[in-house]
Design a protein around this ligand. Structure first.
Ligand SMILES: [Fe+2]
Ligand SMILES: [Fe+2]
Length: 185
């Protein structure tokens, strides 16, 4: 598999999770509460799969490989992407804090959760779009077939350790099933 094929597949899963989060926020704003189990699953996906695994694969494997191929890190798309990773992680922290407050039935927690959730949807969608247009095409250009495969293997091995005891296949299936409850087709 190509490294960029793997990352684009991740982005597809993350986009789906963001559509679900958007739908959860719309429901919450109409006083319709999501099930606790669904919310736990969505937050686990955003924390473990997106933040702890996907962002880390890019920071620790993809970006160093691009740098080695002579692509400048500072002042370019990679530096912007790293700042966006930090901003998305911070926004996810705000969402999780609001969700905790919501579970404690605090007064303004519903509104906080809706606005933190919508802000994360906006930030992460923009981040995925920026990577798809400014970074992944660069990787396709800079790396040959063998390098793409080698990079994908390294990312898969880091991913396995980051997601353990779950796996990519489990996260992919979970988010796909969750879609049926929140996305109208
Ligand atoms: Fe990223
Ligand atoms: Fe990404």
């Amino acid at each position: 598999m190509h490294a960029t094929t793997m990352l684009r597949a991740h982005h597809g899963d993350i986009s789906l999770a963001l559509n679900i989060l958007e739908s959860v926020c719309n429901n919450l704003s109409k006083n319709q509460n999501p099930s606790v189990a669904h919310l736990d699953q969505l937050f686990d996906f955003l924390t473990s799969f997106v933040q702890n695994s996907h962002f880390t694969l890019e920071e620790e494997v993809l970006f160093p490989a691009l740098e080695m191929m002579g692509v400048q890190r500072s002042g370019g798309a990679m530096e912007t992407a790293s700042a966006e990773h930090r901003a998305c992680a911070e926004q996810l922290g705000a969402l999780l804090a609001a969700a905790d407050a919501f579970r404690q039935v605090e007064a303004d927690a519903r509104d906080r959760m809706v606005s933190a959730g919508r802000a994360l949807v906006e930030k992460l969608r923009a981040h995925l779009a920026a990577e798809e247009s400014a970074i992944l095409p660069l990787v396709d250009k800079a790396l040959n077939e063998a390098m793409q495969r080698r990079l994908a293997e390294r990312m898969q091995s880091l991913e396995a350790s980051r997601l353990s005891p779950k796996s990519y296949a489990t996260y992919h299936d979970e988010i796909d099933k969750l879609k049926n409850a929140y996305i109208r087709v």
